[in-house]
Design a protein around this ligand. Structure first.
Ligand code: HEM
Length: 134
């Protein structure tokens, strides 16, 4: 009779299920292209620094870690809380909605093959963004 619990099978992380760095890179690139090019996101763009390259790197690293992938962003930003970091940014509900919508479009266009997983990711990130807008 087996007295010990069987070792649980290794579970794939959301990061792995999404397709890892290449898919996250594609999403982030499309997200900042939309922010740069679509007038619907002009207010959101105006809040960011002129050079989006550092943000591109940060957001891609954050999303990788958030999804259970390599934790470089957390190691480079010890103790940093994403919600607190956005508290001083005067984000109103309209701008928060722009972030959520641009991210949802980027994921739909460039996200994982598994559309359900992509929709879940967009939903989670949209909730996070909207909770930053007051
Ligand atoms: C709600 C709407 C949001 C707005 C308006 C916004 C805006 C900003 C701004 C202005 C910065 C500073 C960078 C710069 O000046 O270029 C920033 C940083 C950042 N934001 Fe957001 N953000 C939003 C939501 C989010 C969400 C939902 C996430 C994550 C899921 C996120 C992830 C980041 C990251 C990773 C950084 C860089 C922080 C660092 O690495 O030090 N943002 N955001």
């Amino acid at each position: 009779m087996a007295t010990q619990a069987q070792a649980a099978p290794a579970q794939a992380t959301p990061f792995e299920l999404l397709g890892g760095h290449p898919v996250i890179e594609r999403i982030v690139e499309r997200f900042y292209d939309l922010m740069e090019q679509d007038p619907a996101y002009v207010e959101l763009r105006a809040l960011h620094a002129p050079d989006l390259a550092p943000m591109h790197r940060s957001l891609a690293m954050f999303l990788a870690a958030w999804a259970g992938g390599p934790r470089d962003w957390f190691e480079e930003n010890p103790g940093k809380c994403m919600m607190s970091a956005h508290k001083g940014m005067s984000i109103n509900p309209a701008v928060a909605g722009q972030w959520a919508e641009a991210m949802q479009r980027a994921i739909a266009e460039c996200g994982p093959e598994d559309e359900k997983l992509g929709a879940e990711m967009a939903d989670m990130l949209g909730r996070m963004a909207r909770s930053m807008g007051r």
